[in-house]
Design a protein around this ligand. Structure first.
Ligand code: URP
Ligand code: ZN
Ligand code: ZN
Length: 535
C-alpha cells in the first residue's frame, strides 16, 4: 500500500533520470542473466542468457560466467524477447496537430515498458511517399531504440507505384491503406485494388485501416444535425458494422487479387469475425488487436468531463463491454495473431480542439509503454494464455510477419540482444504518474492495477532499464530495413495456380471461329490457363 502511494513520486524522479542520463548511456558489454525462466514462443526452461557485443551469444540451462561479465539474477522471473510494437505513430502530423510523443520520448517510454523495437507508420507528404520517408527518417534520428517503417498510401498515381518499389529497396515491406478519414487519408476501392496488386508484385504486405469512411462521414453529419457535438458522437458515428463491412470488403478484395492482408487495430467482434471467416477459408489474413481494445471499453467517452472523455477517442473506437473479452479469446485461440498499441498520443489541450465538434478531437490513445503489462495482465494473469503464447503475441509473431525473425522476436544465439526480465510477483499501477513519457497528461489506463512488471530491459546489448533507472541516449536508435517477400508470401503463387484450375478446360475457351488462333497461342493439352497469369 505504502509502495503504491509512493509510485507517482518515483515516477517524477524517473522523468529526470530519462533526460539526465541521455548523454552517456551505458555501452553494450557482456551480460549474463542467470537462473530465470527463459521463454520463447515454442519453449520454456530454467536457464541463463549470455549477451555479448549487442547480440545473444548463448542460451543454455547453465552458462559459466565469462570474466568481467555483469551478472543479473533473474531467479523467480521470466526472461523474454523484448516486445515488438508493430503499430505506432510517433511525431505524426494528424488532424491539424502532431502526436505528442516524438521518437525519443516515445521510444524511451517503450523501453521502460519492455518494448525494444517498433514499426512506425510513415505518412506521405502531400501524397509523395519518398518525401514522407525522408521526413520520417529525420524525425526518427532522435530515437533511442531499433525501429522500422510502414508507409501509408493516400492516393494512387504512377509515381506512387514507382515510389513503392524504391521504398521496398529501402527496407519498407508493408504499406497501409486507410479506408476511412474521408477528405484526408482515405482512398477509394479502385485505389485500394491497385495498391493491393502493387503490394503483391513487390512482395510487400498490404495493411488496412478498415472502416467505411463514407458512411462515417454520413453518420457524423446526422449526429451533428441532431446536436450531438460531444465525444460520444465519435463512437456513435462509427458503429462496429462499419468496421466489419470494411474489414470484409478489404479481405475479399485482397483474396481476389491474391495477396496476404494485415488488418490493423481490430476493435470489434464484427471485424474479428471477418478475419476468422477468411482464415477458415484458407486466406492469409492477419488480425491485429491493440492493447486498448483488449482491455478497455467505450464507457469513458460518455463521461461528463470533456477532457476525460476525449482522451479515449480513437479510431476505430473503443467498443461496448462485450467486445474486449471476445477479442481476448480470439487472440488466445490464434484467430488474431499479435498485439500492437496504435500509440498516437495527444495531450488534453490538443484534444480540446474538438470541444465543440467531436470530429475535430484528434484520434488516438497511448500504449507504447503500457502494452507489455496490459497484455500480461489480460492474457497471462487472467489465465487465457501461457508465457510462451504471450511471447508469440507481443514479439515473435510481429517479427515473423514483418520478416525479421529470428533476428528479433527470439532468445537464441545470434539474435539481437533485445531482452527483458519480467517479475510476475510485482504489482503496480499504470497512469500518468507512472509513465516515462513527459508528454502525456492523460492516460487511458489511469489507475489500472496490473500484476507482473518489466524490471529490466536490454536493448541491443545495452542495459537501458534496470532497478527503476532509465538510461537511454538520444540519437542511439537504429533503422532496421525489412526484406520483402516475407513468409506470408510463401505458396501464394501456388494458391493462385490451383484457384485457376477450372473444371471446364483451358481459359480463354477456344471457340470455333478462333480455333486456329487459340491453338497457336499454345494451350498445354487442355491444362493451360492463361488467366492464371492475371492473378
Ligand atoms: O485513432 C487512431 N487510431 N489514431 C491513429 C491513426 C490511425 O488510424 O491509426
Ligand atoms: Zn488506423
Ligand atoms: Zn494507427
Amino acid at each position: 500500500m505504502a509502495k503504491q502511494a509512493l509510485l507517482p513520486l518515483c515516477a517524477l524522479f524517473l522523468y529526470a533520470v530519462v533526460y539526465k542520463c541521455s548523454a552517456n548511456a551505458s555501452e553494450a558489454g557482456t551480460i549474463l542473466i542467470q537462473g530465470g525462466t527463459v521463454v520463447n514462443h515454442d519453449q520454456q526452461f530454467e536457464g541463463d542468457v549470455l549477451i555479448q557485443d549487442g547480440l545473444i551469444a548463448e542460451v543454455a540451462p547453465r552458462i559459466e560466467p565469462p570474466p568481467g561479465a555483469r551478472l543479473l539474477d533473474a531467479r523467480g522471473c521470466y526472461v523474454l524477447p523484448g516486445g515488438i510494437d508493430p503499430h505506432t505513430h510517433l511525431d505524426m502530423p494528424f488532424m491539424g496537430t502532431v502526436t505528442a510523443d516524438d521518437f525519443y520520448t516515445g521510444q524511451a517510454a517503450a523501453l521502460a515498458g519492455g518494448t525494444t523495437y517498433h514499426i512506425d507508420f510513415a505518412l506521405p507528404l502531400l501524397h509523395d511517399l519518398l518525401q514522407g520517408y525522408r521526413v520520417w527518417k529525420e524525425r526518427a534520428a532522435r530515437g533511442c531504440m531499433d525501429y522500422s517503417f510502414h508507409m501509408a498510401v493516400t492516393k494512387w498515381t504512377h509515381d506512387v507505384a514507382a515510389d513503392m518499389a524504391t521504398l521496398v529497396a529501402e527496407g519498407i515491406n508493408s504499406f497501409k491503406f486507410f479506408m476511412a478519414y474521408k477528405g484526408s487519408l482515405q482512398i477509394n476501392d479502385e485505389e485500394l485494388i491497385e495498391g493491393l496488386n502493387r503490394c503483391k508484385e513487390l512482395g510487400a504486405l498490404p495493411m488496412v485501416h478498415a472502416e467505411n469512411g463514407d458512411m462515417v462521414a454520413w453518420m457524423q453529419e446526422r449526429l451533428l444535425a441532431a446536436n450531438v457535438t460531444g465525444p460520444e458522437g465519435h463512437p456513435l458515428s462509427r458503429p462496429p458494422a462499419l468496421e466489419g463491412e470494411a474489414t470484409g470488403r478489404a479481405i475479399r478484395l485482397a483474396g481476389v487479387v491474391g495477396v496476404p492482408l494485415y488488418v490493423v487495430h481490430v476493435m470489434s467482434i464484427d471485424a474479428m469475425e471477418e478475419v476468422a471467416r477468411a482464415r477458415q477459408r484458407g486466406q492469409r489474413v492477419i488480425g491485429e488487436p491493440v492493447a486498448s481494445g483488449l482491455a478497455l471499453d467505450e464507457s469513458p467517452v460518455w463521461d461528463s468531463n470533456f477532457t476525460r472523455a476525449a482522451a479515449f477517442v480513437m479510431s476505430p473506437p473503443l467498443r461496448s463491454a462485450e467486445h474486449a473479452p471476445a477479442l481476448r479469446k480470439a487472440l488466445a485461440s490464434g484467430v488474431l495473431q499479435l498485439v500492437a498499441t496504435d500509440h498516437a498520443v495527444f495531450n488534453s489541450s490538443q484534444k480540446a480542439g474538438g470541444r465543440r465538434d467531436f470530429r475535430r478531437i484528434p484520434n488516438g490513445v497511448n500504449g507504447i509503454e503500457e502494452r507489455m503489462h496490459v497484455v500480461w495482465q489480460e492474457m497471462v494473469v487472467a489465465g487465457l494464455s501461457t508465457p510462451s503464447e504471450y511471447v508469440r503475441m507481443t514479439s515473435t509473431a510481429a517479427a515473423q510477419i514483418f520478416n525479421i525473425y529470428p533476428r528479433k522476436g527470439r532468445l537464441a544465439a545470434g539474435s539481437d540482444a533485445d531482452v527483458i526480465i519480467l517479475d510476475p510477483r510485482v504489482k503496480h499501477r499504470l497512469g500518468v504518474g507512472a509513465s516515462h513519457s513527459p508528454r502525456m497528461d492523460t492516460n487511458v489506463y489511469e489507475g489500472k492495477e496490473v500484476q507482473g512488471r518489466v524490471v529490466t530491459t536490454i536493448s541491443r546489448g545495452r542495459l537501458v532499464w534496470h532497478e527503476g533507472v532509465l538510461d537511454v541516449a538520444e540519437g542511439s536508435g537504429r533503422y532496421v530495413p525489412l526484406p520483402a517477400f516475407g513468409p506470408l508470401f510463401e505458396g501464394m503463387a501456388e494458391q493462385a495456380r490451383r484457384a485457376m484450375q477450372l473444371p471446364y478446360g483451358p481459359t480463354p475457351v477456344p471457340r470455333d471461329s478462333e480455333e486456329a488462333g487459340s491453338a497457336a497461342s499454345g494451350g498445354e493439352g487442355g491444362k493451360s490457363c492463361s488467366a492464371a497469369g492475371v492473378l
